[in-house]
Design a protein around this ligand. Structure first.
Ligand SMILES: Cc1cc2nc3c(=O)[nH]c(=O)nc-3n(C[C@H](O)[C@H](O)[C@H](O)COP(=O)(O)OP(=O)(O)OC[C@H]3O[C@@H](n4cnc5c(N)ncnc54)[C@H](O)[C@@H]3O)c2cc1C
Length: 362
């Protein structure tokens, strides 16, 4: 991807040929169990793959990461019939998609969504709008969060998650224009009298949707953390290469103390982000509760991505501002890692709540 990324990114073009290679490599089934046709990779290895790709092109990982969140919801919470029907096709990349949670009026406050699914005969009638959905245009299926009981109290008890393939009443809008995270399609989906048979309700029981969505957050946060690590490390590599060849006042800028201070901070940040992410992934693989660890990794690694990309840009001087150099792409891509899978404002609140719970007075 390295020789092609600039052309794709600047044209904001979907990388069909790379997606074909990703299918052959098994990336669309990276974390799906071998029993259902996936690679069954542990989170630690999955995170390392995401870090490696993101050090060059973070957006490419979004094409299989959001998709794997859909697969996780089916594998973890679906019925055996749903697993057998959907997972092999998701793992091969024949069916690709993502998670459709966010609405124009509800992102962080997911329980505030308005989309409804009304029971009708042996199926459901679905109406509403989702926005910012990754893989919504090039993909063909989403895990769709809806209200099956809009009046339920507490609100989460009225939420359900469906496997929603394209069909009549499922209309995809335009590709949203973004600062970065180019190529991958982020779009709006309008559901207008869209019908689904009851066997598309994940797990077969209404009221479980919020639990099912939040049940995938640990792996989701490890994946965004890994993207942050990749950007932080990629920005560091670009900066240290450049600083050793660019000369001012008769010596490479890497020999000026002001640049050394920056590189020292960037290297430390990137390493800390990597270790936090692998620590969270290790806990996940051992089956331990790791919401706090995954939150810390996601928060720290995404901020490291943002800080390292801007510091690297400064080290590049005017060339950092040029579209001919790679650092401007990392700089545009980094902020998304602070928003996705729970904003960093929410992340710190979650970390703090967990910390206090685990550390009562005395
Ligand atoms: C490129 C891109 C791809 C995306 N892909 C997907 C996708 O595939 N599927 C999907 O469902 N969504 C997707 N999203 C949406 C994303 O998950 C939401 O943007 C995110 O959850 C934040 O929601 P919001 O934008 O509505 O912000 P809001 O919830 O309106 O928040 C606005 C600000 O208020 C802060 N805030 C909110 N509540 C609190 C609180 N209680 N305490 C303190 N601060 C608070 C937030 O941190 C933020 O700074 C994507 C977004 C982008 C930009």
């Amino acid at each position: 991807m390295r020789p092609r990324v600039k052309a794709y990114d600047h044209a904001d073009r979907y990388p069909h040929e790379l997606v074909e290679q990703m299918k052959q490599m098994g990336l669309f089934g990276a974390t799906v169990s071998p029993e259902y046709g996936g690679l069954g990779l542990p989170a630690t290895l999955y995170a390392r793959i995401v870090m490696h790709i993101s050090s060059v092109w973070m957006a490419l990982t979004g094409i299989f990461n959001s998709h794997l969140m859909l697969a996780l919801a089916v594998e973890k919470f679906g019925t055996e019939a749903q697993r057998r029907a959907w997972l092999p096709r998701l793992a091969s990349g024949e069916v690709r998609g993502g998670l459709a949670l966010t609405e124009p009026d509800a992102g962080t406050d997911l329980q505030g969504i308005r989309m409804t699914a009304r029971r009708e005969g042996d199926g459901y009638l679905i109406n509403g709008t989702k926005t910012w959905i990754s893989n919504s245009i090039e993909g063909s299926c989403v895990a769709l969060l809806v209200k099956t009981d809009p009046n339920a109290q507490p609100r989460h008890k009225g939420m359900s998650l469906f496997i929603a393939p394209r069909g009549p009443g499922f209309t995809v809008g335009r590709k949203l224009e973004k600062l970065g995270y180019k190529c991958i399609d982020s779009g709006e989906i309008v559901f207008n009298d869209y019908r689904l048979p009851a066997d598309h309700l994940i797990g077969g029981e209404e009221g479980q949707g919020f639990r099912q969505v939040t049940g995938g957050l640990e792996l989701g946060r490890i994946n965004v953390a890994a993207r942050g690590v990749g950007i932080a490390e990629g920005a560091l590599k670009l900066a240290s290469d450049y600083a050793q060849v660019r000369k001012t006042f008769g010596k490479p800028i890497a020999e000026h103390q002001a640049i050394q201070l920056k590189l020292g901070e960037m290297a430390t940040r990137a390493r800390a982000a990597r270790l936090l992410t692998l620590d969270a992934a290790g806990s996940f693989d051992r089956g331990e509760r790791c919401d706090m660890e995954a939150g810390m990794a996601k928060y720290f690694a995404s901020e490291a991505a943002l800080e390292n990309s801007i510091e690297s840009m400064r080290i590049h001087g005017a060339y950092g501002y040029s579209k001919e150099f790679d650092i401007e792409r990392l700089y545009r891509d980094a902020p998304l890692t602070c928003i996705g899978e729970g904003t960093n404002e929410m992340q710190r609140i979650i970390i703090s709540k967990q910390w206090l719970k685990r550390n009562p007075v005395g």
